[in-house]
Design a protein around this ligand. Structure first.
Ligand code: LLP
Length: 421
């Protein structure tokens, strides 16, 4: 579910026209549907209802407190990759006992904060991290519950920058070293082994790489059992893809039914770390056409959003749908129908949101970049001293501003000039 639909020739977020949101809160503006976030989470919860499970939303996809709070109220757990994300989860009312801490570079301070909060589990990614975590926990008289993130060496068939399960990627422990490293973990005082973890990449459009990974994880669990190490928690990461344009992604139910069937009689709690599939389709970025620039070689529509708001096209060559928020037939404004490159005001050739899009446009038109709920605001920046966009969650006919638009004072507040002595 996306939460966005057409009504009277206008695109609505739940019960509010996006034109109204733009006039009240300005552009660029991220708009999320609360009902869509809830439905997307429930698709996982319903599919997993028959087995012990944890659904740990990957905070990095969208870490707005309002979004986290909607999920916390549904009982979600959270997958974090930094101390900052832990602060957000706690602030949003998330249950620390349902938090999993992933990531290759946890600092001592981050480990201490997570131990203070009594999180459920650390996903440990190297031998060095294992030793550090044991020492940190032991020095505090605590025991850290751990899974080892194992790199299954499986091609997720996705963009190389978001493929994480291949040998050459920095993530996880090689499968062939895993048993020895688990044995080492068992010998350390500050650790309690509970699980096995993996995550092979993001925006996966087939269930096969997940199933191949599952086989390797189950065989590892068997190898560990033979050494007397019992695993009760299998974390298969996130990564399920979504439809941006014409892609066909498996539903959570399609994926989870296959996984559950393969894990029967295993006595495992199945953990998942979905990010994109919970939040991407539940959000759009609203933007306005500032100028139309028709040149002999190319037509540019210069919009008020830019690569600092959404870097995905520039970074991953992602193609995301961009649509006018109302159908304009019958309007008296003269529009030009052409193939447009939608570009922002930033001084970089890579500052584009879409290329060669056939659209009928006039200056001042409002457009929506669809499926912009995941990895858009969280990857945004202040490049070119642009204020980051506002974020609004729509709940029925009520728009809640869950992050106000930045202003220049916000941006300058942390800086100063050198005081002359
Ligand atoms: N767990 C771990 C350990 C991860 O590294 C990630 C994503 C997830 C879970 C969530 O994966 P998801 O369900 O969202 O696919 N910025 C990129 C995506 C980077 C994903 C990084 N890791 C993009 O815009 O496509």
């Amino acid at each position: 579910m996306t939460g966005f639909h057409w009504q009277n020739n206008q695109l609505f977020a739940e019960d509010i026209a996006l034109t109204e949101i733009a006039s009240r809160f300005g552009t660029p503006c991220f708009v999320y549907s609360r009902a869509a976030i809830m439905a997307n989470y429930r698709a996982y919860a319903d599919a997993l209802a028959s087995v012990p499970h944890m659904i740990c939303y990957a905070v990095k996809a969208n870490s707005n407190l309002g979004v986290l709070n909607v999920l916390a109220k549904l009982g979600a757990g959270f997958d974090i990759v930094s101390g900052g994300e832990l602060v957000r989860v706690l602030e949003a009312g998330g249950n620390p006992n349902k938090v999993i801490f992933s990531g290759v570079g946890k600092t001592i301070q981050e480990m201490e904060a997570a131990l203070d909060a009594n999180i459920h589990c650390f996903n440990v990614e190297s031998l060095a991290e294992l030793d550090r975590l044991s020492a940190v926990a032991d020095a505090r008289g605590q025991v850290a519950r751990i899974s080892l993130r194992v790199n299954p060496d499986i091609d997720a068939g996705t963009h190389p920058y978001i493929s994480t399960g291949l040998k050459e990627n920095k993530f996880g422990i090689p499968r062939e070293e895993a048993v020895a490293i688990y044995q080492h973990a068992q010998s350390l005082p500050g650790l309690e082994i509970i699980g096995v973890d993996c995550h092979i990449g993001s925006q996966l459009l087939s269930t096969e790489p997940f199933m191949d990974t599952l086989e390797r994880m189950l065989s590892l669990i068997d190898d560990l059992a033979a050494k007397g190490i019992n695993i009760s928690h299998l974390d298969l990461g996130g990564g399920l893809g979504i439809q941006y344009l014409n892609e066909v992604a498996p539903t959570p139910a399609e994926l989870l039914q296959r996984i559950i069937a393969r894990c029967t009689n295993r006595n495992l709690t199945l953990a998942f770390e979905p990010g994109r599939s919970i939040i991407a389709n539940a959000g759009v970025l609203l933007m306005k056409v500032e100028y139309l620039k028709e040149t002999t070689g190319k037509n540019f529509a210069i919009v008020d959003a830019a690569m600092n708001d959404i870097i995905r096209p520039a970074l991953y060559q992602s193609i995301m749908d961009i649509v006018p928020v109302r159908t304009l037939s019958g309007s008296s404004t003269k529009r030009t129908t052409a193939q447009w490159d939608l570009v922002g005001p930033i001084c970089e050739t890579g500052d584009f949101l879409g290329k060669n899009r056939t659209l009928s446009l006039a200056q001042g038109d409002l457009l929506a970049m669809m499926s912009a709920g995941a990895y858009c605001f969280t990857m945004s920046s202040n490049y070119n001293t642009r204020n980051r966009a506002a974020e609004v969650i729509v709940d029925g006919n009520i728009p809640h501003v869950v992050r106000r638009r930045e202003n220049y004072s916000d941006q300058l507040a942390l800086e100063s000039v050198i005081e002359e002595g």
